[in-house]
Design a binder for this molecule. Sequence first.
Ligand code: 5GP
Ligand code: 5GP
Length: 229
Amino acid sequence: MKMQSINVLLLIKLLTLHSLLVLSASQDFDFFYFVQQWPGSYCDTKQGCCYPSTGKPESDFGIHGLWPNRNDGSYPSNCDSSTPFDASKISDLTNQMRSDWPTLSCPSNNGLTFWGHEWDKHGTCSESVLNQHAYFATALSLKNEINLLQALERAGIQPNGQKYSISDIKSAIKGASGYTPWIECNNDSSGNSQLYQIYLCVDSSASGFIECPVFPNGSCGSSIEFPSF
Ligand code: 5GP
Ligand code: 5GP
């Protein structure tokens, strides 16, 4: 073989290797979990909660986070300390963030700590797809696409402290949205299992909901409370 064609082959191999490396370094995940929390279930625990400094959030699910995840159940975290959370990049979104992504941790604060934590821990791992502004804007628009509380209420599942079966809760959401959710429970201060968080899955380019490739671990018991807020 001529020297020239060997060089061309070598170049092609190097380029392929390079693009594979770039691809694996920039997108180390397969899909996202989009996680929303029920404020009543965050607040009625032993630990309790604090309302944001801007006031009590409305009685609705709030965003917890948009989390890059792998098909084997593992997930990357804190991927890029060179792009820390910068509130000035999302100033156009803060009004909507306050209502759709309220913080309930204590002491009472304006939410920047929660949002910053979610960006630093999870958002920096999907920067190949979503920059900081797009990360928050995408989460807000995903919340608007599927109204979880409305889906539940239309199926007669209301936040009134009564008990509901997990399968009824899942069917209500699947029926309204087309997607099977995963339900995470926690315990209220008396130890009753209750609806805490709802997980839906989003494709790796964050363009829309998909059926979850894998669900997290854990279980709720077959019948759980849905407390008021
Ligand atoms: P916990 O241990 O309370 O379930 O979760 C603590 C935190 O770990 C979550 O808020 C989230 O930041 C992260 N986490 C827990 N489970 C998962 C998971 O399955 N996927 C991803 N991407 N993050 C998770
Ligand atoms: P993750 O569990 O996503 O890793 O981290 C949640 C972090 O955000 C914790 O440090 C928690 O104290 C803080 N945080 C602030 N506000 C909230 C909230 O409203 N809900 C939850 N789950 N965590 C919050």
